[in-house]
Design a protein around this ligand. Structure first.
Ligand SMILES: [Zn+2]
Length: 361
């Protein structure tokens, strides 16, 4: 059998559905995980390939071809590709400007570029610092900033590029800081913000109804506008905690110890905790607040609260909670139905508070 001679192209623009016996060197720039279509159970994986002239191409692998191709088409590796199914691409699915997409099916030939041959250059990315992402969001409606993935989003884990290397070095140095941020956010396992308008203020008398409307096991957040009332003046308003992960510890103030939660050498510090009732005039809700939220509401630090523990300081606490109850707050609460259904967790968790500006004055 005669060997078929393939023409080696350098631009995808010269390869159309009618081109025969073509071959081209391409580099894999992006590769998505396996996904399921929104309207069909078909699984697919999308890739962005770049030709020697820098043109970008969308390619897709379907169903069982995904697994059979899993040992090839690695990110930033170059390959010779031929026999892909070249197909017009509906403009509404176009991410790149090229009018065709390639389906990489069982007939497609994917060969590694020989070691002694030049590999293609990985693409250059424009990296946007988080503090400049603001300019890219299309709405100012929400306070704060979060990133969400879309069906077409792709993530690259530890790509071999200089920007990623310096970020990894930074992360290694700031390991304790990152762990403590992650541990803090794990204290509040957020549900998707889209389930409830996050700025919707719910009246206490409607909370029961709101909770009934939730799916079983749901976690969600809601806001109420309320005064913070401390009923139990003899509660201990702090606990000793690991400064790295905020978990409670039996160590004393300023002891250094190895924390078995976050596995770090740590220091024991008091952290505020207050069991309160939130009164909005229509009813009261039991809640627990931690850390900075208590410090903000009470206007004092965890160390001050620690130093005013015990019956001899009761008048200090009375004064303090009387002041606290004067102000009105927008209080963000977490509902975790799974936990609320267990008897020992009868309190809502306060996630954040915001002073209500009294503009009648
Ligand atoms: Zn810890």
């Amino acid at each position: 059998m005669a060997l078929k001679m393939r023409t080696v192209y350098t631009s995808i623009k010269d390869i159309t559905p009618s081109t025969r016996d073509w071959k081209i060197k391409m580099i894999v720039a992006e590769k998505s995980p396996k996904r399921t279509g929104q309207r069909s159970p078909v699984k697919y994986q999308s890739l962005t390939l770049i030709d020697p002239e820098g043109n970008r191409l969308q390619a897709t692998i379907f169903d069982k071809d995904i697994n059979s191709r899993k040992d090839t088409l690695h990110i930033f590796q170059s390959y010779y590709i031929s026999n892909a199914y070249v197909k017009p691409l509906d403009p509404k699915y176009r991410i790149e400007t090229h009018e065709y997409q390639w389906i990489l099916n069982a007939k497609t030939i994917i060969e590694e570029v020989p070691k002694d041959e030049e590999q293609l250059e990985p693409p250059k990315y424009q990296f946007i610092p988080f503090n400049e992402l603001d300019a890219y969001k299309n709405s100012i409606a929400e306070i704060g900033l979060s990133l969400s993935s879309r069906p077409k989003s792709k993530f690259m884990i530890n790509p071999v590029i200089p920007e990623a290397t310096s970020l990894q070095e930074w992360a290694a140095i700031n390991d304790l800081l990152l762990k403590s941020i992650i541990a803090k956010s794990l204290t509040y396992p957020f549900a998707s913000l889209s389930s409830v308008g996050i700025r919707e203020i719910i009246k206490n008398c409607d909370v029961a109804e709101f909770i009934k409307s939730l799916q079983p096991m749901a976690k969600t957040k809601f806001w109420i506008k309320a005064k913070i009332i401390v009923v139990d003046l003899r509660q201990i308003f702090f606990y000793m905690s690991c400064i790295g992960c905020n978990k409670g510890t039996g160590y004393d103030y300023n002891d250094t110890f190895l924390c078995y939660h976050c596995k770090h050498q740590s220091i024991s510090q008091p952290r505020c905790r207050a069991y309160v009732e939130l009164d909005d005039g229509t009813g009261r809700l039991s809640a627990v607040m931690f850390g900075e939220v208590v410090e903000e509401a009470f206007g004092c630090s965890a160390v001050e609260l620690m130093n005013h523990t015990g019956d001899e300081h009761l008048s200090y606490i009375e004064n303090l909670v009387a002041q606290v109850s004067q102000n009105e707050w927008k209080v963000e609460l977490l509902v975790d139905l799974d936990r609320l259904n267990q008897k020992q967790y009868k309190n809502f968790n306060v996630i954040s508070i915001e002073a209500v500006q009294d503009d009648t004055k």
